[in-house]
Design a protein around this ligand. Structure first.
Ligand code: TYD
Length: 209
């Protein structure tokens, strides 16, 4: 059977991910692909509840609980949404995946890992790893400037957006490491360019699949 492709988008808050995702979906469709656009956390019926628990700010989970909630969301998402779409031959484009957990929970929360946590991250993927990951690379300083102007425009920040600069620096450094450790899977895209140039770079990368 024609297996689809699994593409993930990663990047710090303010990197332009939402705009680039929607342009990429339009482009893939124009190429005749069947596409499923999805996101984490929260794009399953159970995940919707988990997302609210994680991001509303009503609760402050301890780091271990936060990690486990993201992984619970992922397992549910993979089994009920991603796998069926891939089996139907679709291209699945997912806004954030395991690399976000590595960056935000393991690095951002500075969870000590003797290898067990990475194994758990792999286990929660239920056998589905990205064929390609687009990392929209934007410095913490540039991202903060973009976020400030968005919030001035009325867009609400979630519980993780509101973390301090040192947290976002740890997240950035983690994405940088992930890219160096997985240079074939993870493609770094300079997110400081114009919207058109970023999109052109993404199309070049995905065109090679
Ligand atoms: P969201 O509002 O979906 O948007 P964006 O991706 O544009 O930031 O926010 C999801 C938040 O959850 C974001 O702050 C990153 C965080 N996150 C984690 O901390 N760990 C994870 O494993 C995932 C998937 C997301």
């Amino acid at each position: 059977m024609n297996q689809g492709k699994f593409i993930t988008f990663e990047g710090g808050d303010g990197s332009g991910k939402t705009t680039q995702l929607s342009r990429t979906i339009d482009w893939l469709k124009s190429q005749g692909k069947h596409v499923l656009q999805t996101f984490e956390p929260g794009d399953s019926a159970l995940g919707k509840e988990i997302r609210r628990l994680l991001l509303s700010g009503e609760h402050t989970p301890v780091p271990a609980a936060e990690l486990l909630l993201f992984l619970a969301d992922r397992a549910q998402h993979v089994e009920t949404v991603i796998k069926p779409a891939l089996a139907a031959g679709k291209w699945v484009v997912c806004d954030r995946y395991t690399d976000s957990t590595l960056a935000y929970q393991l690095a951002g929360r500075a969870l000590k890992d003797n290898g067990q946590l990475r194994d758990m991250l792999a286990w929660a993927e239920c056998g589905v790893s990205p064929d390609k990951t687009i990392w929209l690379d934007l410095s913490v300083e540039d991202a903060a400037a973009r976020m400030a102007s968005r919030e001035a425009g009325g867009e609400a920040a979630n519980r993780l957006d509101n973390e301090k600069v040192s947290f976002h620096k740890a997240v950035y450094a983690a994405f940088d490491n992930i890219q160096r450790e997985n240079p074939t899977r993870v493609q770094r895209i300079n997110a400081g360019q114009s919207i058109e140039d970023v999109q052109a770079d993404i199309q070049t990368v995905l065109g090679q699949l």
